[in-house]
Design a protein around this ligand. Sequence first.
Ligand SMILES: Cc1ncc(COP(=O)(O)O)c(C=O)c1O
Length: 444
Amino acid sequence: MTIAPQLNLSREALEPYWMPFTANRAFKANPRLMIAAKGMYYTTAEGRQVLDAMAGLWCVNAGHGQQRITDAIREQAGHLDYVSSFQMGHPIAFKAAERIAGLTPAGMDHVFFVNSGSEAVDTALKIARAYHRMRGEGHRTRLIGRAKGYHGMGFGGLSVAGIGRHRRDFGPLLPDVAHLPHTYSREHQAFSRGQPDWGAHLADELEAIAQINDPSTIAAVIVEPVTGSGGVLPPPKGYLERLRAICDKYGILLIFDEVITGYGRLGTPFGSAALGVTPDIITCAKGMTNGAVPMGGVIASDKVYDAFMAGPEGAVELMHGYTYSGHPLACAAAIASIDVYEEQDIFANCARASARWEDQAHSLQGEPHVVDVRNIGLLAAIEIAPKPGEPGGRALAAGNICFEAGVLVRTAGDALVLSPPLIITDGEIDRIFETIRGAVRALA
Ligand SMILES: Cc1ncc(COP(=O)(O)O)c(C=O)c1O
């Protein structure tokens, strides 16, 4: 297969598309284009098969091109393309919410639909503030995020996020935000398998923040149960439990941003089940539709939802929503995705494959430049020592070598970050880590 003839790859022809999170000029000088995908593999414009060790962008959890999802979207588009979800609805949105509630921890039964992870986070933060206001505690407006956290690119998510280079260009963000420290220490945690033993005490920083700011001003704490884009940082053992306990002590809502850990990545439908801590609000997106249609969701506990349902019957309880909230195509994809996850037992495959994944990832310990390996579920990060004065350079070079060898990995700073589709086989796991081994050995 060759590049589609209608595709003009001249710089001029590529210029109209302003690409997200991309070095546009460098990309357009040397474009990397995918033209098809099936299962674990992309087909590049040059006709090469490339193993997708990123599941798209942490989203294609059931693998690419799942026929049932494609058919459901096609059928829905021909049947009901769009209807507003404001003061009207369509049956499939209610069905989708019911199916999703079937996956969530007990007592988390209410789904508010949005279109992305970023919208899910902004919505969750707004729900948290409004929840307290509904209950006569409108003074609770403060939001607590965490260093190295990623919560999408809306102003709300960016405000609670903790990756400096993402925030620096955009002027003042939300006021009344504080940040917990991140949980990573290479000195204490390097080459931990799964959740590190060291670091639970860092949750006590929430206690310190509460004391400085007056706990009764804090609306919510938001964390990714496993920091994803910040470099795959599994929570230290006991850390999330302590956060939960401090939130309970002060009436603070705990929000888990499960945009990555939702839909099976830790071997359970949501990461909170695998990690044994239940938040008050969960945000999700990505695997919700297996990446096939944009969709996000905020899953609220009964406690949160019920607080909104206590006012006058005829009043709109939450002044919030989007034109495409509960879009029929997204709902059809969401239901079909759950069908696929369940029928193909995909979350169980993740749980099964995780042991080999962990072993293979940690077999890189001792290879040149590898200074840490982190893993949990089907997530991993391989930390590569940078050359002095060239942060990220070696990791980028390693990622490029892998791509040339037919394996697509993500580079984030000095780390190679891996999150393959959950349908991965043992052979594909071996291939990913052998390719990385070859790449780091080839590095200068
Ligand atoms: C934890 C987390 N929250 C939110 C987002 C934002 O999702 P989206 O890009 O769909 O807006 C992401 C995206 O990677 C994420 O990893």
